[in-house]
Design a protein around this ligand. Sequence first.
Ligand code: DX5
Ligand code: ZN
Length: 232
Amino acid sequence: MTTPQIHPSILSADFARLGEELQKIPTADAVHVDVMDNHFVPNLTIGLPVVQAIRRATNLGIDIHLMIEDPDRWAPTYAEAGAESVTFHAEASAAPIRLAQQLRATGARASMALKPATPIEPYLDMLGELDMLLLMTVEPGFSGQAFLEMVLPKIRRARQAISAAELPVALQVDGGINAETIERAAAAGADTFVAGSAVYGAEDASEAIDQLRTLAARGHRCPQTPTRSTAS
Ligand code: DX5
Ligand code: ZN
């Protein structure tokens, strides 16, 4: 498991001032860009031209999260636009293994996402085709939703499978990650954390990133952390 990676999501940034918003997160490990098409999820965000503009505006790695139908057709174009990593949803892909191989062939990292109710087990045999697995901890579509505790056992099962196979697959979580939840997600085995409102809703985005990283590292040191907070 790598040291905790913090990927702020620009979905919670001010889209009218994207350049400045990117400058607020110099210590991020990458910037997470949510692409939604109003079909796979009930929200419409940004597409390729904006991703190309982001590529020009920052030196940070770009972590694309495609919440779109037919990623088999569109995902490679995001890799060609200079994204370091492209995540497609398993629920939307007709041929996830072929798509992962195509993404890797462009030089990008191939990543696959699962919605909270999608089980990991049918996909365990294809972990070797992936550089990252994203387990959604909210139903995809919007920032600011509450972390779904029910995903924690799936995070543990995924971590177990990745460790058992000795694969260098990053395990990302996305949705409701904040100072209250990140430690539990880390203790369950996640190593890459998307945070939208927890970073862009904070007074000081850099400070929020540092705090999240520290809490995640604490979770990694205490893998026995209870799955539910006892705080009321
Ligand atoms: C939701 C997106 C997330 C979103 C997370 O579907 O995939 O990346 O920006 O926002 P928070 O961290 O506020 O839940
Ligand atoms: Zn996302």
